[in-house]
Design a protein around this ligand. Structure first.
Ligand SMILES: Cc1cc2nc3c(=O)[nH]c(=O)nc-3n(C[C@H](O)[C@H](O)[C@H](O)COP(=O)(O)O)c2cc1C
Length: 336
């Protein structure tokens, strides 16, 4: 799976991932979190974060919500996107999110959180999942997480994705994958691991050794949008990605470094296709490079160079020049 990420999980990014994924591999790819207060009045043809590709499938929109009067019409709106399922956000620690008493605040009250799952299930004909933090504050309390996930399971959640960092840790530092074993052992619904999944080997390691049913890649999918292709390859699949003559995914640091710039050029093309050569497209491109460039040894330099661009086309031209002049490698892992 590919994670919900504000500012990143738009249609151009999802298409970039898909074009690096073999046809027979169907990843679930999430939208960024969507407010249930805004969704009911959004116009699908105008709201850029709701744009989808023609024939896009296996899409999972993520909902921020807690009240039936907003959740019900939001789901009705989301069904127009032909999603595969609906995810509920119980992990966002941002201040604005907290003022509505949703996101990670739901993690503080198991009955309240379970009620949100029941409401969503009542209105969704599709599978409903929850993406949650492993803990509130600084620590992970395994007994609490066990009880909490049990309540979500009993309320009808179809699967759970656990981001293995407590809320105060935000996105920094190591994720504690060990918590997954105990929870996966206790739950009968699928458990998906998230947090610090940076390589294809990480994903396979999680599935083989941590008893989880799946892995969700987040930031690393910006550095290596072909990571699902690599995972498929590692698991024995040998199909090329869509429309690619290459038999194998990029595997060595040099192959990945080279492909990174090709991916950026393709991403620029997709941004233009879906959103036009606008200031917003430039902003999206800059943000993507900000998140992905730490995997390059001199990523900060590259990011600064792109960041000073004032026009979308100027940034694309700079990427092209940089790609030709500076052969790069991609690091396997970075510490956030
Ligand atoms: C820029 C950014 C935006 C994010 N937006 C969301 C979001 O909308 N919903 C959500 O559940 N998590 C969001 N997250 C958290 C990621 O989905 C993921 O849980 C987190 O990055 C940990 O995975 P990683 O260490 O592999 O990056 C966001 C993370 C980042 C970096």
């Amino acid at each position: 799976m590919v994670a919900p990420m504000v500012g990143l999980s738009h249609v151009a990014f999802r298409e970039l991932i898909r074009c690096y994924t073999p046809e027979e591999v169907q990843p679930l790819i999430f939208t960024e979190m969507l407010s249930s207060r805004r969704l009911p009045s959004e116009k699908l043809e105008k709201a850029e974060n709701l744009f989808i590709a023609p024939n896009e499938s296996y899409l999972v929109p993520q909902l921020l919500g807690n009240e039936e009067r907003f959740i019900a019409p939001s789901i009705e709106k989301l069904l127009e996107l032909r999603p595969w399922g609906i995810d509920i956000n119980m992990g966002c620690p941002k201040k604005k999110t907290l003022s509505h008493n949703w996101g990670v605040l739901l993690l503080g009250d198991r009955d309240y959180a379970a009620e949100v799952v029941r409401i969503t299930k009542r209105h969704s004909p599709l599978p409903v999942s929850v993406k949650l933090r492993a803990g509130l504050g600084d620590n992970i309390d395994l007994d609490y997480l066990d009880g909490f996930t049990q309540s979500l399971e009993e309320a009808g959640a179809d699967w759970l994705t656990i981001h293995c960092r407590p809320s105060k840790q935000k996105h920094h530092g190591k994720a504690d994958w060990d918590v997954l074993r105990k929870i996966a052992e206790k739950r009968t619904i699928p458990i998906v691991a998230n947090g610090d999944v940076q390589t294809a080997e990480d994903a396979v390691n999680l599935i083989d050794h941590y008893q989880v049913d799946g892995a969700m890649v987040a930031r690393a999918a910006t550095a290596r949008p072909w990571i699902l292709w690599q995972i498929a390859y590692l698991l024995g699949g040998n199909s090329p990605a869509r429309g690619r003559a290459l038999e194998k995914p990029p595997l060595t640091p040099e192959e990945e470094g080279k492909e990174y710039f090709q991916a950026l050029l393709r991403f620029g093309f997709l941004l233009e296709q879906y959103f036009g050569p606008t200031a917003a497209s430039l902003q999206r491109l800059k943000f993507y490079i900000g998140v992905s460039s730490p995997w390059l040894p001199f990523g900060h330099h590259f990011w600064k160079h792109i960041y000073s661009s004032t026009e979308f086309q100027q940034a694309r031209d700079r990427i092209e020049v940089y790609a030709e002049k500076n052969p790069q490698v991609l690091r396997a892992r970075v510490s956030h």
